[in-house]
Design a protein around this ligand. Structure first.
Ligand code: UDP
Length: 237
């Protein structure tokens, strides 16, 4: 299976279906980036972050923002929520007898995540887990490397998790690695995802913003600016 990328504001985004992305990630090690408009806006101001995204082995459109942006540019690509791809990867790797490492979230959240995953996926093989509040990246990277996991899930928020994976990648070239934002909080049962109807309507971002109004500053003005830039790209390129 070959990658087929489409371009949005300078970044290549893979056009795989969910199942194809899962299979591709399962057989191709490297960094998976779950891209969204906030990341694209952050990358515009940070060359190092921009390079991390460009160098990723797989870039999936995480939310409705990138899906709409791609549609404006004439590409019909369905969004692949990182939290769902992450869970599907856990199940796939576990069924294949492969091992998993998890890093991120608060100490009680990562413990509960590990406990819940072990109940939900009985054949899971977790060889390493650590909370996401540490100062010495290198020490954690060395510990993960020693555990030689096949799949690494990193939930430190963006762009921290993407930089962390970039550093880990050189030491663990045969692992599949994905940044998962706040997914462990959901898996631990600390935060609820939007009800399915909101998800299906592409309004999970609105639900989260109503629940956590402090998130408003993350989507405004980033989201409308993103749509404007995409329209400009469509009109003038
Ligand atoms: N987090 C962490 N270490 C940090 C900062 C954040 O482990 O230094 C965790 C935090 O506990 C939460 C996740 O990273 O579980 C970030 O969640 P958020 O919903 O902000 O993710 P994003 O929307 O950025 O993908």
């Amino acid at each position: 299976m070959d990658r087929a990328l489409v371009n949005i504001l300078g970044y290549g985004v893979d056009t795989f279906s969910f199942d194809d992305a899962l299979n591709y990630a399962g057989s191709n090690p490297g960094q998976i980036v779950t891209i969204n408009p906030e990341m694209i806006a952050a990358a515009a101001k940070d060359e190092a972050f921009s390079k991390v995204i460009s160098d990723a082995e797989l870039v999936v459109p995480d939310g409705i923002g990138v899906e709409i942006g791609l549609k404006i540019l004439g590409h019909n690509v369905k969004r692949i929520p990182g939290i769902e791809l992450g869970k599907a990867l856990i199940v796939k790797f576990s069924n294949e007898g492969k091992s998993i490492a998890l890093v991120g979230a608060k100490s009680e959240v990562i413990s509960k995540t590990v406990e819940n995953l072990k109940n939900e996926v009985p054949n899971i093989k977790i060889v390493y887990s650590h909370d996401g509040y540490f100062n010495d990246d290198i020490a954690i990277i060395n510990e993960i490397t020693e555990a030689t996991p096949n799949l690494v899930l990193v939930a430190l928020g963006s762009p921290k998790q993407e930089f962390f994976i970039q550093k880990l990648k050189s030491q663990l070239p045969n692992a599949t690695m994905i940044g998962l934002g706040g997914s462990f909080d959901v898996w631990a049962g600390v935060v609820n995802r939007a009800p399915e109807i909101w998800q299906n309507l592409g309004l999970e971002w609105l639900y989260r913003t109503i629940k956590e109004p402090q998130r408003f500053k993350r989507i405004f003005p980033t989201l409308p600016l993103f749509v404007l830039k995409v329209c400009k790209e469509r009109l003038f390129n």
